[in-house]
Design a protein around this ligand. Structure first.
Ligand SMILES: Nc1nc2c(ncn2[C@@H]2O[C@H](COP(=O)(O)OP(=O)(O)OP(=O)(O)O)[C@@H](O)[C@H]2O)c(=O)[nH]1
Ligand SMILES: C[S@@+](CC[C@H](N)C(=O)[O-])C[C@H]1O[C@@H](n2cnc3c(N)ncnc32)[C@H](O)[C@@H]1O
Ligand code: SF4
Ligand code: SF4
Length: 370
């Protein structure tokens, strides 16, 4: 497995299959690339099926053992089943989706080899859901969750971005996953830099504190050093060891799992980051939050992919605490990287700054996600 200078091995890749979407969520960072609005028809610049598969075959040679397909809305592409089917067997295959296209496709995706799915669901309230997603597809998402469960994808992780509009729904969502076997919840710290509206952000530590009071059991996940809280349904007094099944793991019929994704507030999140990303246009990206290190893979021949992947890994840097540091409460680019990030040579062949990318515009870094 390749490792960067900070000792972080790269075990996973996240492939953005498209930047198109049928939703227009008010907070969307589009995996760090900005706006998803625009025509929904397939576009020429998206990586083709064969390119995606060839990329996966090459990184599998380096011991990469998991791939997540994301976007935009990945299921707008009709070749997801084919891509999943042709993904090397040794890789765990997962998908992050808004869920609307899972009814009618969940089974074919599972048949093709899909092992896990994360579905974005920010509230159980129809009106709030509509305001947040700027789409009225609440029922389609709920049907999507059911379709995933029926197709055997349990546990299904619900992704909820916690910000001003949704924070009040956290207790209800936590009870929802505690009471419904087969569901997990992921509470994602809102990242305002790409989407704007810093005033929407809330203090994620308050959510940790509240969950710590509710939880019957707490664990840490190695990836990103994320905290996982196991919460029992209302009325249950099960605790700690009572929750474990015969195999020693928490029995999900007795408690629901709530994981917090807090890249900014958690000082050991980036130090435990083991993922490299690929944009829908086929550029490697060492960090979700950076667009100044996009690296093309030439004509995507195997030697070119190998070389670009090696270089991307070699140049990876933990974002929070290393690439940006906190000065007077603001994240600013570390002086050691100023040349590389702001005025350094753009990667040859990388997309121009035409609104599709978000390089830090000054010394305050762009903070996005995936
Ligand atoms: N800054 C940052 N945010 C991340 C990272 N990974 C996930 N996130 C945030 O969490 C959101 C949801 O992530 P998912 O795409 O569902 O994947 P995940 O939860 O990381 O992956 P699994 O738990 O392995 O399924 C992303 O869109 C980001 O907002 C990361 O490496 N860096
Ligand atoms: C960009 S979407 C792509 C996949 C798919 N369209 C979906 O919504 O699941 C991936 C994840 O990013 C999360 N996300 C988007 N913008 C965000 C932001 N500004 N802060 C934190 N998470 C965000 C979404 O909630 C979603 O779970
Ligand atoms: S569904 Fe996903 S990609 Fe689409 S706007 Fe919402 S967060 Fe962004
Ligand atoms: S911000 Fe960058 S370095 Fe930190 S966890 Fe996310 S992708 Fe990894």
């Amino acid at each position: 497995m390749l490792a960067d200078e900070f000792g972080r091995e790269v075990s996973g890749v996240r492939v953005s299959l498209t930047d198109r979407c049928n939703f227009d969520c008010v907070y969307c960072h589009n995996e760090g690339l900005g706006d998803t609005r625009g025509p929904m028809a397939p576009r020429e610049h998206e990586m083709g099926t064969d390119d995606v598969v060839r990329f996966l075959e090459v990184v599998a040679e380096f011991g990469v053992d998991s791939v997540k397909f994301t976007g935009g809305e990945p299921l707008l592409r009709e070749d997801v089943e084919e891509i999943v089917r042709r993904t090397p067997d040794e890789m765990e295959v997962s998908l992050t989706t808004n869920g609307t296209m899972l009814p009618g496709r969940a089974e074919s995706l599972v048949d093709a080899g899909l092992e896990r799915v994360n579905i974005s669901q920010d509230a159980l309230d129809r009106e709030t859901f509509k305001q947040v997603t700027q789409a009225g597809a609440y029922d389609a998402v709920m049907d999507g969750v059911d379709a995933a469960l029926e197709a055997g994808l349990a546990p299904v992780k619900l992704n909820m971005v916690v910000f001003e509009q949704t924070a009040g729904y956290v207790p209800e969502m936590v009870e929802h996953v505690a009471a419904n076997e087969g569901l997990r919840l992921q509470l994602i710290e809102y990242m305002p830099e790409i989407a704007g509206h810093p005033e929407w952000a809330i203090d994620i530590q308050r959510v940790h504190d509240w969950l710590a009071e509710q939880a019957a059991h707490v664990e840490r996940r190695e990836m990103h050093d994320r905290r996982r809280y196991w919460v029992t349904p209302e009325g249950s007094d099960a605790d700690g060891d009572d929750l474990r099944g015969d195999d020693g793991a928490v029995d999900e019929s007795r408690a629901g799992m709530v994981e917090i994704v807090d890249p900014v507030e958690n000082p050991t999140f980036c130090a435990n980051c083991h993922r490299v990303r690929v944009t829908h246009e086929g550029y490697l990206k060492g960090c979700l939050n950076r667009n100044d290190d996009l690296r093309p893979m030439g004509e995507m021949t195997r030697p070119e992919i190998r070389e670009a992947f090696r270089e991307t890994v070699a140049n990876r840097v933990p974002f929070y605490g290393e690439y940006v540091v906190e000065v007077d409460g603001e994240w600013v680019v570390n002086d050691d990287y100023v040349d590389a990030s702001v005025s350094g040579d753009p990667v040859e062949g990388a997309p121009a700054d035409d609104g599709d990318t978000n390089p830090p515009s000054d010394e305050t870094a762009a903070r996005s996600d995936d």
